[in-house]
Unconditional design. Structure first.
Length: 312
């Protein structure tokens, strides 16, 4: 009796080849579309980033050329440059005052603008609009407001028989004056982020707490703050990164004076690199700033496990 052979199955290889060809085409299309960003990143971010690292080990000056000097720039910075330490102190003073006050002020504004009252969109717009004004315009506005002779702030202080400081013309008051200027923008993006976080908190939590007899302060401390803690962390991290790079106010309002009282780190870096032409030393200053910001960011993220609450 003859054995009948089973019919041969159709070959499946063409399907695998087709899928492989489709994947290759998709990969090339992806590379094509992301290519402009990659080129821009390499040319304008990664390239200068690496170039500054190399230049930090040289004595490169504009129009002169570069000579390899190893760690001499860093040795000069930490050993023979008093302005480096002065600018670092000024910046730290500014950061540790401006950031907490800015975050706290933005949070309080967000809480006020989260109330259910008529016309609240108008109030939100009025609070937010000043933050979009150019930093240069804001600096010149505050130069007039803080003028010791004709400024409105001193005019008000004299009208209520309070002492009128010299503000930006005084070594004692110059840094607090610039901290005050920084609070002008508390109604900006930080406040908007807090407002979004507040609106994302379920009303049922407040209703349950109210039924248990919790007052406004108790609800705020036990519900609002814990659920906003990730946003508070984010705003602190971003605020510290931005405050370490403060430049515009000091450059326009004080030029680092009086007596280097407002010589912030980035302003000093700018003077070294672009006024004195010491690009090698300026690159070394930039890398120290990068390391400082990186350390502060890592420390904040490490200790956040102790106080940040994630709902999920």
């Amino acid at each position: 009796m003859a054995v009948q052979s089973k019919p041969a199955k159709p070959k499946q290889g063409w399907r695998r080849e087709y899928r492989s060809s489709m994947r290759r085409d998709e990969a090339w299309h992806g590379i094509l579309f992301v290519g402009p960003w990659i080129i821009g990143f390499l040319a304008f971010v990664a390239g200068p980033f690496l170039a500054s690292f190399v230049l930090s080990f040289t004595s490169y000056k504009v129009g002169v050329g570069a000579n390899w000097i190893g760690f001499s720039n860093y040795a000069e910075m930490f050993g023979d440059d008093p302005l480096f330490w002065k600018s670092l102190y000024n910046t730290g003073y500014y950061v540790f005052l401006a950031v907490p006050l800015g975050v706290l002020g933005s949070l309080m504004l967000a809480v006020l603008l989260n109330q259910k009252v008529s016309g609240i969109p108008v109030f939100r717009t009025m609070v937010y609009v000043p933050s979009i004004v150019s930093g240069v315009a804001v600096a010149y506005l505050w130069m007039w407001l803080l003028d010791p002779n004709i400024g409105l702030i001193n005019f008000f202080l004299r009208s209520v028989n309070l002492p009128a400081p010299l503000w930006t013309q005084s070594e004692t008051w110059a840094k607090p004056a610039l901290v005050l200027v920084s609070l002008y923008g508390i109604g900006g993006s930080t406040m908007v982020i807090f407002l979004a976080g507040l609106q994302n908190i379920s009303e049922s939590l407040y209703e349950a707490a109210e039924l248990d007899g919790a007052g406004r302060l108790r609800r705020f401390s036990n519900i609002t703050l814990p659920l906003l803690s990730p946003i508070i962390l984010f705003n602190f991290v971003v605020g510290i990164i931005g405050s370490f790079q403060v430049f515009t106010q000091a450059y326009l309002m004080t030029r680092g004076g009086p007596a280097n009282a407002t010589m912030f780190y980035v302003l000093y870096l700018y003077n070294v690199a672009f006024w004195y032409g010491r690009m090698g030393y300026g690159s070394a200053l930039a890398w120290i700033l990068f390391i400082i910001i990186l350390i502060f960011t890592i420390v904040q993220l490490k200790i956040s496990n102790r106080w940040v609450f994630y709902e999920e």
